[in-house]
Every structure is written in structure tokens, then in C-alpha cells.
Design a protein around this ligand. Sequence first.
Ligand SMILES: Nc1ncnc2c1ncn2[C@@H]1O[C@H](COP(=O)(O)OP(=O)(O)OP(=O)(O)O)[C@@H](O)[C@H]1O
Length: 211
Amino acid sequence: MKLALTALNKSYGSHAVLAIDTWQIPAGIFWIQGENGAGKSTLFRILAGMLPFEGTVVLDDSIDQKKQPILYRLRVNIGEAEPLYPSFLTPADLLHFVAEAKKSPPGQLEELVQALGINFLSQPLGACSSGMVKKTSLALAFLGQPGLIILDEPLITIDQEARSALFLLIKKYHSRGVSFLLSSHQPFDPADLPLSGGFLLQNRTLVPLPV
Ligand SMILES: Nc1ncnc2c1ncn2[C@@H]1O[C@H](COP(=O)(O)OP(=O)(O)OP(=O)(O)O)[C@@H](O)[C@H]1O
């Protein structure tokens, strides 16, 4: 997987949030850091195809998000920092819907449910704790056959067991060729996760950081 951005600009009204001339990452696991309000979630939502922006985002030198939106969205998944879902839906409803939309291979959904300890499949999300909702969102982010999985603050609200399960899943999918973009205000322990590189989002652009 290779991701390349060119002349990417994003503003909310008159508030400019991102101005990235060029940025490229090869396959790997990358940590994006930045202060509160630096624009990490905005960048992640743009990369996931959820927000309009100026510029180009291209995967593997060939899949342009704006020109091949369906193919692009099959290859890029996101787990949002603070996911919000309709309260009447259950984790099972969401997981089955997304599994179908993302062309999930047989057995994948069950494997993710088991790995993340989602033993509340039929409980409406409105009655789930924030950690339960977050675990559901993390399972959703792995569904299908993505080349890139973006996880915005994946560690918030989940317990130690789920955190270990998540690190194992990231390593397993990475060994199959999936790349990851992660944000976290807490550092990742190299014993938990082998990072390929890091970037700081500052002054609306991305600066490489030593890992
Ligand atoms: N929908 C929106 N409308 C207007 N401004 C927004 C919107 N979403 C984000 N912003 C602004 O864009 C800037 C970047 O926000 P963003 O959520 O991308 O930052 P972040 O780096 O993810 O922050 P945090 O670490 O606090 O989660 C902030 O100044 C924020 O107020």
C-alpha cells in the first residue's frame, strides 16, 4: 500500500485547517501526532472519503479517491475517535451491514467479534457503554479487505484486554500487507506495536518525526 496526497487544502468556512503540499507514505504502521485541534481527525476523515477537500488523494499510484470513489472506499477503512451510531441499532446490525458493504470474507466478522470480546451483539448501542461502542467501531474498521486502516484514537475508553487484542489484530493484519494510520495522545510502546514511522501535524502540515 502506498498513499500519496498532493496540494491538499481543507478549511471550515474561513478557518484553514490543512495545507499539505505533498505527503507520501509507503506500507507500514504510522503514528500521527498533534495537539488538540491540530487537524488529525479532519485529515483522517478526508483520507477515509468522508469530507470534501481540495487536492488529490491517491492509493497505490492508481486509485484516486475522487475518480474511483467506490474502489477507494473498499480499500480504506476508518475507526472514528468518538463513534456515534443510531441508538436503536445493535452491534450485530452494524457489523452485518458493513460486512456486506465491504465484501467481508467468510468468517471474518465472527473472528473480529471473538478477538475483541464483543459479547453484547444484540444489545442496542444506545444501551452500550462507551467502551462497548468503541470495540464495535474497531471491529467495523477491520471488516472487508482494506489496504489501509485508519484508527483515530483507538485506545480511548477500551480496557487493557481489548487494547492487547487490538494490538494483536493490527499486527496480524499488518503481516498480511495492511497499512495503518493511528492517532493517539499516549505513546505506543514498541513492545506492543512496531511502528514504521511517525508524523507531527503542526501548522496545518505533516512533519516527519523520529520513531
Ligand atoms: N465540523 C467542523 N466545523 C467547523 N470547524 C471544525 C469542524 N470539525 C473540526 N473543526 C475545527 O478544525 C480544527 C481541527 O479539528 P480536528 O478535530 O481535526 O482536530 P484533532 O487534531 O483531531 O483534535 P483532537 O486531538 O482534539 O481530537 C479545530 O480547530 C476544530 O475546531
